[in-house]
Design a protein around this ligand. Structure first.
Ligand code: MG
Length: 270
């Protein structure tokens, strides 16, 4: 998992040097998705022979500082940014279509557990509209796991009732947000998983209410990776294993991606 910027060739060179040939691309909220940016990425991906299979949308104004801040700022939930983020999501879908990428994804934010809440209805309708736009490009739209329990996400997905809606399963998020055992959660939403993040992290510190757990390099946190891979096999998942590492230290991130890749290869063989 890597982020788009205005130097696509350089970004892809770095990833190829680490041995990666495919991945998911994240689009920062402030990145202008104009025709030049689209053409530059299209050309660079073709030249590098690099396959992107999901375009992830992030939005301007999001903060992952702690759980209340995530609730207030992330995804489709905040009312004031809903319209602008819906337009952005459709733009990301169009960008993905130009790059011939078959899937888009995002964190929609905390889905309200109260299904009679106006925010629940509004977000459900918004997800339907995004799905209907994405289907015109033959794309799936994947919701990232973790900000709610797997059963809440599953009920929401069934309620949206769109065939191209799926789940990007991130086992670390279940732990970071304290929303459930990731391996048990994988079984709950299993048949809807279209892509995954291989990410690691620890549970939130119980002495700090509202705190998120700390993200860790793959293999160094509380995710039982072996059980996760076995769980993916069990649900019949055949897609790529995308390593996600969120640290802002670029060199550290690249080192962790490389080591994460080695670890996954070892685990797959064992
Ligand atoms: Mg993730």
């Amino acid at each position: 998992m890597f982020w788009a910027g205005d130097r696509p060739a350089e970004t892809l060179d770095t990833l190829r040097e680490l041995g990666f040939r495919c991945g998911q691309i994240g689009i920062p909220g402030q990145l202008a998705l104009d025709s030049r940016m689209t053409q530059d990425w299209k050309k660079a991906l073709e030249q590098a022979n690099f396959t992107v299979y999901t375009v992830f949308a992030a939005f301007e104004g999001e903060s992952y500082a702690d759980i209340p801040t995530v609730q207030r700022t992330v995804g489709f939930i905040p009312r004031v940014t809903r319209e602008v983020r819906e337009r952005r999501m459709l733009e990301v879908s169009d960008f993905a279509a130009h790059l011939s990428v078959p899937a888009i994804a995002t964190h929609v934010g905390f889905i309200p557990e109260d299904t009679s809440h106006p925010d629940y209805f509004a977000v459900r309708e918004m997800v339907r509209r995004v799905c209907d736009h994405a289907v015109s490009h033959q794309q799936t739209f994947a919701l990232e796991t973790g900000q709610e329990r797997a059963s809440v996400l599953l009920d929401f997905l069934l309620d949206v009732n769109r065939r191209n809606l799926g789940i990007n399963f991130d086992p670390a998020n279940m732990i970071l947000y304290g929303t459930g055992d990731p391996i048990e959660s994988l079984v709950v939403v299993g048949q809807h998983v279209v892509s995954v993040h291989c990410k690691d992290g620890d549970w939130p510190p119980p002495e700090v209410p509202g705190a998120l757990g700390a993200e860790r390099p793959l293999g160094q946190g509380s995710v039982d990776l072996k059980a996760f891979l076995a769980g993916l096999k069990k649900i019949g998942y055949k897609g790529p294993l995308t390593i996600e590492r969120e640290t802002h230290d670029k060199d550290q991130r690249l080192r962790d991606l490389k080591e994460g890749r080695q670890l996954l290869e070892e685990l797959k063989e064992s």
